[in-house]
Design a binder for this molecule. Structure first.
Ligand SMILES: [Zn+2]
Ligand SMILES: [Zn+2]
Length: 271
């Protein structure tokens, strides 16, 4: 399988679950494509094999990791095993990590009993700087710092025709997150918490009602709640339905396309 060329922004939810393994979904992984450019946002556990159902992972234009928690990047190691052992790959997969991420990859190679440079022969590893947007194929990716337990970044993926998908990653409820998400055509917002008592004093995650409120304040045109226990899907679907038909919970394998409609852009589920 190769990337299906469509000149519309398309999202496939590879996984949306939390760090706790669940049979219904891998952890965080979002495949975003435009025409022949496909990028993977986050690579939590279970994402690499689920990605391979959609495209050959070696056809990705890039992988971008928002923060270095296992449920957002550990399957980077799994992706490496798609590449040869000896000679460098014919085309190395561009992997964009947060500042400090390169050292973490070196430590990961040691932790999984692999040699020095294990990732370098397959990946073109770079650390992004939030002041400098990335140009990947036809897509532009911008970053903004999130409020989380470790350094973490939200991402905005922008198409040549001005459409925006914003993925906030893991974040507490902040005005900065609202500002970064403002006017997103499609917003992915986490809803990890069952209780604010489970969070730190300086908040690092969102309750579902906070996630819906954040998306509403940001005036997102459409939104998916992500990063929740799949057992809560029905409960969260009810909360979303009460807020309107512009927001819904994610499910693994769900594909959303942004299409032009008489009232502007619309997010439609596509088979
Ligand atoms: Zn995290
Ligand atoms: Zn997380």
């Amino acid at each position: 399988m190769t990337v299906d060329p469509q000149r519309r922004l398309r999202l496939t939810v590879l996984g949306f679950s939390t760090a706790v393994p669940h049979p219904a979904s891998p952890a965080s992984g979002y495949l975003v494509s435009w025409d022949t450019t496909a990028i993977l946002l986050d690579a939590g556990q279970g994402v690499a094999s689920r990605l391979a159902r959609e495209i050959d992972p070696r056809d990705l234009a890039a992988v971008i990791v928002g923060h270095m928690h296992a449920d957002h990047y550990i399957d980077i190691a799994a992706l490496r095993y798609l590449y040869p052992w000896g000679a460098p790959a014919a085309r190395r997969l561009p992997v964009h990590l947060p500042p400090g991420g390169r050292d973490r990859m070196t430590a990961l190679a040691i932790a999984i009993s692999e040699r020095d440079g294990f990732f370098d022969s397959a990946f073109d590893v770079a650390e992004y700087d939030e002041r400098t947007p990335l140009e990947i194929g036809d897509l532009t990716v911008r970053f903004a710092r999130s409020q989380h337990f470790v350094p973490a970044w939200a991402m905005s993926v922008e198409t040549p025709d001005g459409r925006r998908l914003v993925y906030l990653g893991d974040t507490g409820p902040t005005d900065a997150a609202v500002a970064f998400a403002r006017g997103a055509d499609l917003l992915l917002v986490e809803a990890a918490l069952r209780s604010t008592a489970d969070d730190d004093t300086i908040r690092g995650h969102l309750m579902p009602d906070e996630a819906i409120d954040l998306a509403r304040r940001a005036e997102a045109r459409s939104a998916l709640l992500v990063h929740f226990d799949p057992d809560r899907t029905e409960e969260i679907a009810g909360m979303c339905a009460a807020a309107g038909d512009w927001i819904r919970p994610a499910s693994a394998g769900m594909t959303v396309s942004l299409v032009e409609s008489p009232g502007g852009v619309a997010a439609v589920l596509t088979p």
